[in-house]
Write a protein that binds this ligand. Structure first.
Ligand code: PLP
Ligand code: TYF
Length: 392
C-alpha cells in the first residue's frame, strides 16, 4: 500500500530557501542554495538569454517533438567550449544528447554505468548530495575517498589510493571544476597526474562539469576534463548550463559519451536514448534552444561571455575580500581566496551554524558550506562580524 512508504527527509539545501524566506529580519543573508547573485543580491536572466528567448518567440514555428536526444543543434554548439575548438568531437569519438539539467545528465550517465555492468563508483567525500542519492537509487555501490585535507588543499594521497585500490568494474566520478561543496579544485599538475593514473587503470571516468566559466574561465575550467579525455579510451561527461547561462529552473544540460572506436558511438548513445525514454521521454526544449541561439550568434555569444566574466570577477572580488580578512574569530578565511566557484566550506561547528542563523539571520548549509555569491560589498562586513562573534 502507498501508506507503507516511509517518510523521506526534505533536501537540506533546498529547505534553506524556505528557512531564509520565513525569517522576517530585513538584514538577513542567504548563503544557502547555489545560485549566482549580483552585487544587488538578485539573480537576473542573462541579457544574452533574454535576447535569444525573444528570437525564439518570434521565429519558433513548431513545438512538435524532437526525440529523446533533444535539440542536437544545442548539443553540438556547446562542444567546442567543452572539448576545445580544435577537435570538438575528438575525431568522431564524442557524441552527446540534451538532458533536463546536469542532474538529468548524471542520472543517465550513472544508469548507463550500471547497465554497462559497472558495480561501483568511486566518489570524493564530501560531494554534492545528489551524487550519492542517484547512485543509491540505481543500486550502484559507492566507494568514498577524502577530497580535501583540513588545510584546504586537495587530498592527492586519497585519490592515488582510491585509484590504486580500484577493482575491475569500477567507475570514478570527478568534479571538472568549482568543486561542490568545497571550492577546492585540482591544480593543472594534479589533473595531469590523475589523467596518467586513470590511463593506467581500467576505471571509467564520469566527469561532472556543472560550473564551467565560474572558476577561472571557460578554457581554464575545462583543463582537467580535457586532460583526462586525452588520456583514457572512454568517458562520460555530465554538463549543466544552468549556472553558466543562468537557466536554473529551465533545466538545461547535456550528456556526452567518448569511446575509443567511433564505430561504437551510435550503440552507446542508443542506450542514452532508451534510458531517456524510460525516464522523461524528451528533455524540455526552451532553455536549450535559447543556449543554441546564443551560441549560433557571434554578438550574443560575446555578450554571454562578457556577462559570465562579470559574474566570475564579482565572485573573485568577494573571495579576495574574505581571504584578506584572514583569521576571523576562531576561523581562518584566507584559503577561500584560492578556491573556485560558488562554494567554500568554513569549519563551523553545528552550534555555530545554528547561532549564525538564530542570532545573525545568516543562512547556509549545516556542513558550513557558504555560497560566496550571496555576499556583497553591502553585507560582507556584517557577515565577517557575525563569523567573529560566533567563532571567537
Ligand atoms: N553537479 C553539481 C556538482 C552540482 O552542484 C549541480 C547543482 O546545481 C548539478 C550537477 C546539477 O545541476 P542542474 O541544476 O543543472 O541539474
Ligand atoms: O548545491 C547546490 O546548492 C546546487 C543547487 O537538490 C541544488 O547544486 C541543490 C540541491 C538540489 C538541487 C540543486
Amino acid at each position: 500500500m502507498l501508506t507503507d512508504l516511509q517518510q523521506q527527509p526534505a533536501d537540506a539545501l533546498l529547505a534553506l530557501i524556505k528557512l531564509h524566506n520565513d525569517d522576517p529580519r530585513a538584514d538577513k543573508i542567504d548563503l544557502g542554495v547555489g545560485v549566482y547573485r549580483t552585487g544587488r543580491d538578485n539573480t537576473p536572466v542573462f541579457g544574452a538569454i533574454k535576447a535569444a528567448e525573444q528570437i525564439l518567440v518570434d521565429t519558433q514555428d513548431s513545438k512538435a517533438y524532437l526525440g529523446p536526444e533533444g535539440d542536437m543543434g544545442f548539443v553540438k554548439a556547446l562542444m567546442p567550449y567543452v572539448f576545445g575548438k580544435d577537435s570538438p568531437d575528438m575525431g568522431g569519438r564524442i557524441e552527446g544528447m540534451q538532458t533536463p539539467g546536469g542532474t538529468g545528465s548524471l542520472r543517465l550517465a550513472l544508469a548507463m554505468v550500471k547497465r554497462a555492468g559497472y558495480k561501483r563508483i568511486i566518489v570524493g567525500k564530501p560531494s554534492w548530495p545528489n551524487h550519492n542519492q542517484i547512485c543509491a537509487d540505481l543500486g550502484l555501490g559507492v566507494v568514498e575517498f577524502s577530497h580535501a585535507k583540513a588545510d584546504g588543499t586537495t587530498d592527492m594521497d586519497a585519490v592515488r589510493g582510491a585509484i590504486a585500490a580500484a577493482e575491475e568494474g569500477d567507475a570514478i566520478l570527478l568534479h571538472g571544476c568549482c568543486h561542490n561543496p568545497t571550492g577546492i579544485d585540482y591544480s593543472h599538475a594534479e589533473w595531469d597526474e590523475i589523467a596518467g593514473l586513470l590511463a593506467e587503470s581500467k576505471i571509467l571516468p564520469v566527469i561532472d562539469l556543472a560550473y564551467q566559466g565560474l572558476g577561472q574561465g571557460m578554457e581554464e575550467d575545462a583543463y582537467g576534463l580535457r586532460r583526462v579525455l586525452a588520456a583514457v579510451p572512454e568517458a562520460l561527461i555530465c554538463y549543466s548550463c544552468d549556472k553558466n547561462f543562468g537557466l536554473y529552473r529551465d533545466r538545461v544540460g547535456a550528456l556526452y559519451a567518448m569511446v575509443s572506436d567511433p564505430a561504437d558511438l551510435a550503440k552507446v548513445m542508443s542506450n542514452g536514448h532508451s534510458l531517456a525514454r524510460a525516464n522523461w521521454s524528451q528533455p524540455p526544449d526552451h532553455g536549450g534552444a535559447a543556449v543554441r541561439i546564443v551560441l549560433e550568434d557571434e554578438a550574443l555569444t560575446a555578450q554571454w561571455l562578457d556577462e559570465l566574466d562579470k559574474m566570475r570577477d564579482r565572485m573573485r572580488e568577494v573571495r579576495a575580500k574574505l581571504a584578506a580578512a584572514g583569521q576571523t574569530g576562531g576561523v581562518d578565511l584566507s584559503p577561500l581566496g584560492g578556491q573556485n566557484g560558488l562554494f567554500s566550506i568554513i569549519p563551523f561547528t553545528p552550534e555555530q551554524v545554528q547561532a549564525m542563523r538564530s542570532k545573525h539571520g545568516i543562512y547556509f548549509a549545516g556542513s558550513g558550506r557558504i555560497n560566496v555569491a550571496g555576499l556583497t560589498m553591502g553585507n560582507i562586513e556584517q557577515f565577517l562580524a557575525a563569523v567573529a562573534d560566533v567563532t571567537g
